[in-house]
Design a protein around this ligand. Structure first.
Ligand SMILES: [Fe+2]
Length: 267
């Protein structure tokens, strides 16, 4: 079994021909959009790519992905590299909804609204909110839980406490979700045991463990997220099938390069 994050990584594994079909019993545990139609990959948990908003400097309680392209955000946004799979996943989803041309325009405007060149990881962007150098960051939900409970690096609790989560497009087509997931390796010598592990990881019991240990959303319907995650509000997930989103990964990466997104604002 190969366990990884991101629909692009899972789709790549299938395209490279290194996977084999996962047991039907495991696949049946998740909604159709969260497993490959040919049974070559399956999601194990969900994460939403959301906005971290400064509690002190952002008044809005609802925003869309399109809103952050507006001039009022000039010099106020921060994010990690546009080529990171988390941002590529978000851009792929925008291409699925908007097409390439509208996505190019909006992504260029977001680049010009950045307070600095894309750098660091999602947690570093929340630190920038704490520092006052950024008002709104793009990040994955579970980092909020990991920071708020971080006993090893307790300074992260203060970073997280300076921000609140806004679920983009919560009133519209829904917030973009990506997955952690797995494939069954094509030449795996213990395929039957792999299938047993898939079925366990998608059991109510293991889904509950995932949800409470990593602050992700269960992919199995009827299993509740952790209390902390639930306290951020209800996730309304974008329902576009992941297989359709994954088809846009080359276009998304090309746009990031074309716009020189990682060089920061051009104007
Ligand atoms: Fe992560």
């Amino acid at each position: 079994m190969l366990v990884t994050v991101d629909i692009g990584n899972l789709a790549n594994a299938k395209d490279l021909g290194v996977s084999q079909t996962i047991s039907a019993a495991a696949l049946a545990r998740v909604p159709d959009q969260y497993h490959d139609p040919d049974g070559q990959w399956v999601a194990l948990s969900l994460r939403a790519r959301v906005f971290y908003a400064s509690i002190d400097r952002v008044t809005q309680t609802a925003l869309t992905y399109e809103d952050i392209a507006k001039p009022e955000w000039k010099g106020r946004l921060c994010t990690r590299s546009g080529q990171h799979v988390y941002n590529i996943g978000l851009i792929m989803t925008r291409i699925a909804h908007w097409g390439v041309d509208r996505t190019r325009t909006r992504l260029g405007a977001v680049r010009d609204n950045l307070s600095r060149s894309p750098t660091g990881a999602d947690r570093d962007c929340v630190k920038a909110i704490f520092d006052g150098s950024c008002d709104l960051a793009i990040g994955n939900t579970y980092y909020m839980g990991l920071m708020l409970t971080n006993e090893a690096e307790p300074e992260q609790k203060a970073w997280a406490a300076s921000a609140r989560i806004i679920y983009p497009d919560a009133d519209g087509e829904g917030t973009q979700v990506n997955v952690s997931g797995a494939i069954s390796a094509k030449y795996a010598p213990n395929k039957e045991n792999a299938d047993k592990l898939f079925e366990f990881l998608l059991s109510d019991e293991a889904q509950h463990l995932y949800a409470s240990g990593n602050y992700e959303f269960p992919v199995v319907e009827g299993v509740e997220p952790s209390e902390l995650v639930a306290s951020w509000g209800t996730l309304k997930a974008d329902q576009t099938p992941l297989i359709e989103i994954a088809g846009h990964r080359k276009e998304a990466a090309a746009l990031v390069d074309e716009l020189k997104f990682d060089e920061g604002p051009q104007e």
